[in-house]
Write a protein that binds this ligand. Structure first.
Ligand SMILES: [Zn+2]
Length: 250
């Protein structure tokens, strides 16, 4: 069968084959082997590249959970993304999030469509760092881990305009200072201005998000909250997240 796919990773396998990890709209995450792909330029030449949208003809293998890749046809190459190291890092992080939180073999059309639209958007007009954060919150929500920036999960009340909020990773949302107790290990302070701007961005049309001015501090508060949250739910570090932090793409 043919599956619409986004390639996450490609590795050499043995002398002539390649192994590809990709998310497909029809079958979810798959690991495929393209036999002789390093020799057969006709069948595969340049079609199995990371971050591309590709139609892949797959066939199941008897011996394991992987699939054979019989053919591949590139649909969108996203050259602008692939020629920009920062965009590669940022988009790879989104794919890693989806690979970590969407179990293998479990298709999710909404997640796939989100990722496809996201890549198209990034390739067309590079989003600001804050817009990347808003996209990230939307993706986490689709994956079943919506970080909550509205009511406190402990008392269920909202936040008055001049109150600090404390993002608490193990509760998945912002809490009042007075509500924090031993259940809340690490917290990240979110200032009232950051919270107001973030709420506004989350409520507004994504096309307007670029026009809302957000300071560096505010962005750092949100970035730190999401990173701590993702690490908490994964239970360990994410390679692409650590890389982005290391090179300063925050
Ligand atoms: Zn509270």
């Amino acid at each position: 069968m043919t599956v619409r796919s986004i390639i996450m990773k490609k590795m050499d396998r043995g002398e002539a084959d390649e192994m590809v990890i990709f998310i497909s709209r029809e079958k979810g995450w798959l690991t495929g082997v393209a036999k002789n792909s390093r020799k057969s330029r006709v069948r595969f030449g340049g079609h199995l590249e990371p971050l591309c949208i590709v139609d892949i003809v797959v066939r199941s293998r008897q011996k394991d959970n992987m699939v054979w890749i019989d053919e591949a046809h590139m649909l969108t190459a996203f050259l602008k993304i692939r020629n920009d190291m920062e965009l590669v890092a940022r988009t790879s992080y989104f794919l890693e999030l989806a690979s970590v939180f969407l179990p293998e073999g479990q298709p999710d059309e909404n997640v796939f469509d989100f990722l496809e639209n996201f890549l198209v958007t990034v390739d067309r007009s590079t989003p600001s760092p804050m817009e990347f954060l808003i996209h990230e919150i939307h993706l986490l929500a689709l994956l079943g881990y919506r970080p909550v920036f509205s009511n406190c999960p402990i008392c269920e009340k909202g936040f008055s305009p001049n109150t600090d909020a404390f993002f608490t990773p193990n509760l998945g949302g912002i809490c009042h200072r007075a509500c924090l107790d031993e259940r809340s290990s690490t917290t990240i302070r979110i200032s009232p201005a950051t919270l107001a701007a973030l709420r506004h961005l989350l409520d507004s049309d994504s096309r307007l998000a670029g026009r809302i001015k957000i300071g560096r501090m505010a962005r750092a508060e949100v970035r730190e909250s999401l990173s701590a949250f993702v690490r908490h739910i994964k239970g360990e570090d994410l390679q692409s997240l650590r890389f982005m932090e290391k090179v300063g793409y925050t």
